[in-house]
Design a protein around this ligand. Sequence first.
Ligand SMILES: NC(=O)c1ccc[n+]([C@@H]2O[C@H](COP(=O)([O-])OP(=O)(O)OC[C@H]3O[C@@H](n4cnc5c(N)ncnc54)[C@H](OP(=O)(O)O)[C@@H]3O)[C@@H](O)[C@H]2O)c1
Length: 288
Amino acid sequence: MKKVLVAGGSGYLGRHVAKEFKQRGYFVRVLVRNPDKIKEKGEHGEPIIYDLVDEVVTGDATQPETLKGICDNIDIVFSSLGMTRPDFKHSSFDVDYRGNRSILDLALAGKVKKFIYISVFNAEKMLDIENIQAHEQFAGELRKSGLGYTIVRPTGYFSDMVQFLNLANMGIMPVVGDGDKRSNPIHAADLAKVCVDAADSDTTDIDAGGPDVFTYREVGELAARIAGKNPLFLAIPLWIGEGLLAVSRFINRDIADIISFALAVSKLDSVAPKYGTHRLEDYFKENL
Ligand SMILES: NC(=O)c1ccc[n+]([C@@H]2O[C@H](COP(=O)([O-])OP(=O)(O)OC[C@H]3O[C@@H](n4cnc5c(N)ncnc54)[C@H](OP(=O)(O)O)[C@@H]3O)[C@@H](O)[C@H]2O)c1
């Protein structure tokens, strides 16, 4: 039986990936900071995996001494470990780069044959954003590590689209720029299948998005329809967004990163090859 370590196992994608590996007959070890978290459903409907997986190990990737042994007897490492919300203590480089680098070092010292890592779709066009730099610096070192690898670069997750529902409920729908840039967000259960398929494939780089393409304005309209609301669509010119970004840089670099990312995707089509079957409309109905 092949053994996999899922780092980021308490997160939106990590939980779906752990479940998918388990369903395909793997021995699954998950790395989490707080085991209690995976005893409950996640805030975006992520599955409870505490009793499903074979082993739960506790560690903090910013403290390498807590990671000892996590790659022992492991064949494949999957990592969606990353800082997706500012914690006002660590930088993206501390978590996304150095945290994953510590796991890679342990994988290299052990008998791991393959490392599957999650970066971001269109990363090469957004390298001015620190979080994207951290992802891609790690991806570059993984590529040179000598280990088998796949780097998966997804578009936006359904979990992030829930903010459109929240805005619809609040009665206001800000649209940065023209709102006409297109993307195909993906459900973590669909992306998990792509990631687990990668375990047995020689493909080194995979771009992945969901089955339906929307403009940002269309996502807002869909959210409004499902929520049964008629929000005010508020056009925010790009120059206001850029001004906000300039100010935020003086306050907190992680918040600046989030604004920077929002601005980048409002200027860029982000349509990746289509995978999966989950529809955003159904996801909105489930998360009302
Ligand atoms: N959201 C998107 O639209 C999108 C699109 C493309 C790519 N991505 C990338 O996909 C990856 C996964 O995203 P996600 O939505 O699944 O994120 P998530 O739900 O925030 O999960 C991140 C995971 O990393 C863990 N983690 C964070 N800091 C850690 C640390 N110091 N030590 C150990 N574990 C730590 C978290 O643990 P806790 O549960 O304890 O916090 C969680 O398990 C991220 O790298 C993200 O940048 C996201």
